[in-house]
Design a protein around this ligand. Structure first.
Ligand code: ZN
Ligand code: ZN
Ligand code: FE
Length: 764
């Protein structure tokens, strides 16, 4: 290369893919081009951002570097490619109008918590003093208001608010932080809140804040429109109010999330590590599950040792918390039982106006319903429990060609996934499909994803379970489009989802522990030690099959599983056992269940980890009824005595792990009044030993030193931490997912990965 070629300018087309729309990317490129003295243009297209510049090689290199290093905080630069084209001369750098090309798509930005600059503007910008819908290119609603791509105001629910003159100026001024901020608005042109109380409507923000804070302080419950749906709220220190809120939500026992005024106040209510602090303060503003201190009303999280806390993410949250004397309020989804979170103003008013002290609403529509996300930290790693607001619909990049694959997901904690290029785009959290409204939400979201992401299904993949509604929907799509439908075993999908998330495509040892999933032998599975890759799996060990008296009822009533295990071990002597639960349940009911077990009536067999945890919780007298999914296992975990290192016995056969001996020892510990904290620790330690032993055996036999953990049971902090330590000691690496939950919300990704891999090999 001659010296002159380094200073010669060439014209380049640069394409940037990733999360580059709706996050202030074009103005960022514009400013960067100015600093580097480059001329040309930048344009938003539906497949990313395109730049044309004339530059020297050195300039191009530094420009690319700076794009990676200085991109706006919510942007994700996934790929920058460039090519030399015929030389052109430009006299300036400009931002050109968006255009739509091809069927490829760009990433849709998730919703972003209000930024610091905007919070400052609330105090100083004349037209936005205290304006509760303030936003800029770095913050504000995105996915929740978007109808179509490319992301422009007419394609969002902001379309009905014409910008005023000042906002238009800012929107057009490339040096302004609100340049092309699609939801830009101010006190004179944007959306407004109103509070409906006893048939009266208040529209002035000051009065709304006054009335709302007085009402909450007085123990009232309010429905409050958030970013992705309505919340229900009340003072989190007021036991009576929280109990009333539980009743309103149909006595739902699920822990409530709590919105704290600030990090400082959150510290008074929970222990917060460095990593947890980062999660709380991130622009995603998820609910973070933290170790609870005393203070909050007991009814907030029904005696669990963890409490979900989040910090304000909408300007209104800040304004309200500032006004209130209480420092924490409950922020739970506005719905009844398992129905989807309400987004329609009319439905919210009809549902809540008589049941609450008031309904706070605003006049901008939420197009895409999206719940708050829930995460927790394990050491310095983040575990996503519910992947929704601020996470969806960011794609998961895989090593596989996923185009055209629709994965229908599981049944209870449903999310579906669609494949585009090498991406898996997972839907927001949908929920339990057995609920009619939730199923409608699922079907509607699927068609919205098809439209938004220009998705055309070529293959459909679903769980093997014949009664899953996600499966029926998959069948319908396959029939309509006349395309292939494949079925994937639930626990194989669990392992594959972690593999896809972590870019693995080889044989691994999989530990798949959860509640229930249909197995290939038509029995219910749920504690599987397997050899798996993205094509198939081999079930090497499983927990011994135990009858579930009453089928599904046994999942809600852990005491039934306690009896199943005790009957398995003690046979007819089980009738004479002295148990803490006799008093609570009554001997008549207990005897009926024992008879059912004796006669094998309505007792489908299951190898479920969840049901074993249930049984032990009930035998120890910790929990007899699950008022929400996994309550008993969560309560059992929360009493663990961390200093107890002992464990119980178990029996290992060729393919079964039999915890009969452990059940016998637990029963005798309970008779001997050994504290439940110790029983729980020993029980958990036994699980860890048995799983480590079997995984280690497979590791030696097959020379694989990688264990993938998946399934809802691995939301158990103690289990994950200690099994990781014990496998690491054997030189075995432990793999957990980072971008998807280990619970059934992650299933769709596994289904998608298996279908993609099989297709690539011509197996389907
Ligand atoms: Zn902002
Ligand atoms: Zn305005
Ligand atoms: Fe599962």
């Amino acid at each position: 290369m001659t010296l002159s070629s380094l200073t010669d300018t060439t014209t380049y087309i640069i394409q940037i893919k990733g999360l580059v729309q709706g996050v202030g990317f074009r103005p960022f490129i514009y400013r960067l081009a100015k600093t580097f003295n480059l001329n040309g243009w930048v344009i938003n297209r539906n497949d990313g951002v395109l730049i044309k510049i004339s530059a020297t090689q050195g300039q191009l290199f530094r420009f690319k570097e700076a794009i990676f290093k200085q991109a706006p905080h919510a942007a994700i630069v996934h790929e920058i490619t460039y090519e030399e084209i015929q030389k052109e001369e430009f006299s300036k750098f400009e931002i050109r109008k968006s255009s739509e090309v091809s069927d490829s798509i760009t990433w849709v930005s998730p919703d972003i918590a209000v930024c610091k600059d905007c919070m400052n503007d609330l105090l100083s910008q004349e037209h936005r003093i205290a304006y509760p819908f303030i936003n800029c290119t770095h913050c504000g609603p995105r996915f929740s208001i978007i109808r179509d791509l490319p992301y422009d105001r007419p394609k969002t629910t902001m379309d009905i608010f014409p910008m005023c003159e000042i906002c238009t100026k800012e929107y057009m001024n490339v040096n302004d932080r609100r340049f092309h901020a699609q939801p830009v608005a101010c006190n004179s042109c944007g959306p407004r809140y109103s509070l409906i109380q006893k048939g009266q409507e208040t529209n002035k923000l000051e009065s709304i804040l006054d009335e709302l804070s007085v009402g909450i302080q007085a123990g009232g419950i309010f429905a409050m429109k958030g970013m992705g749906g309505y919340h229900l709220t009340c003072d989190a220190f007021n036991q009576q109010a929280v109990e009333k809120l539980r009743e309103l939500k149909n006595r739902d026992g699920k822990p409530f999330a709590v919105l704290c005024a600030s990090l400082k106040h959150a510290r008074k209510l929970a222990e917060i590590s460095r990593h947890e602090e980062k999660l709380l303060l991130s622009w995603k503003r998820p609910v973070v599950l933290l170790k609870r201190k005393s203070g909050l009303a007991k009814a907030v999280n029904s005696g669990l040792d963890r409490v979900g806390i989040l910090l304000p993410y909408m300007p209104f949250h800040f304004q309200l918390m500032e006004r209130l004397t209480t420092t924490a309020i409950v922020l739970t989804s506005g719905n009844f039982s398992d129905e989807p979170i309400i987004i329609s103003n009319q439905l919210a008013i009809d549902s809540f106006k008589t049941k609450t002290s008031g309904v706070l609403t605003y006049n901008r529509d939420i197009h895409n319903r999206i719940d708050d996300s829930v995460v927790k930290s394990i050491g310095t790693k983040t575990q996503i429990i519910r992947r929704s607001r601020a996470y969806a619909p960011s794609p998961i990049i895989t090593e596989l060609m996923t185009e055209g694959i629709f994965a229908a997901g599981a049944e209870l904690l449903n999310s579906f996934a669609i494949g585009k290029g090498n991406q898996a785009i997972m839907s927001q959290y949908i929920g339990d499909l057995k609920n009619l409204e939730t199923l409608e939400f699922y079907e509607e979201s699927y068609s919205r994803f098809c439209n938004l992401f220009k998705f055309n299904p070529e293959i459909v993949v679903a769980d093997m379970h014949p009664a899953y509604l996600s499966g029926s929907f998959a069948e319908k799509i396959a029939a309509e489009k006349q395309i292939k439908l494949i079925r994937v075993q639930h626990h194989h999908a669990h392992i594959a989802s972690v593999m896809a998330d972590q870019g693995l495509d080889q044989k691994v040892i999989g530990l798949s522990l959860d509640g229930l999933g249909l197995g290939t032998d038509n029995k219910i599975w749920g504690a599987e030690v397997m050899l798996a890759d993205l094509i198939s799996f081999e079930r090497s060990f499983h927990y011994k099959y135990i009858p579930m008296p009453g089928g599904d009822k046994a999942s809600q009533q852990p005491w039934r599983m306690a009896l199943a295990y005790l009957y398995e071990v003690f046979g007819s002597e089980a009738y004479d056992l002295k148990l803490p639960m006799t008093k609570a349940i009554g001997s008549k009911k207990i005897n009926t269940i024992l008879q059912m077990l004796e006669q094998k009536l309505n007792c489908p067999e299951a190898s479920s980890a969840g049901r074993l945890f249930d049984a032990v919780a009930a035998i120890s007298g910790i929990c007899y009824h699950n008022s929400f999914q996994a309550e008993a296992p969560m309560l059992l975990e929360s009493v663990i005595d961390h200093s107890e290192k002992a464990s119980y016995s178990y029996r290992l056969t060729k393919s079964e792990i039999d915890f009969g001996p452990m059940i016998r020892e637990i029963y005798s510990d309970i008779q001997n009044k050994i504290p439940t904290s110790s029983v729980s620790a020993k029980f958990h330690n036994t699980q860890i030993e048995a799983l480590t032993q079997t995984a280690d055996m497979l590791s030696h036999q097959h020379r694989i030193n990688m264990v993938v953990l998946s399934g809802g049971s691995f939301q158990n902090h103690y289990l994950v931490k200690n099994i990781t330590d014990s496998l690491n000691k054997k030189g075995i690496k432990v793999i957990l997912p980072e971008s998807v939950p280990v619970n059934d919300q992650g299933i769709a990704l596994g289904q998608l990965a298996i279908a993609a891999k099989k297709r690539s090999l011509g197996l389907i």
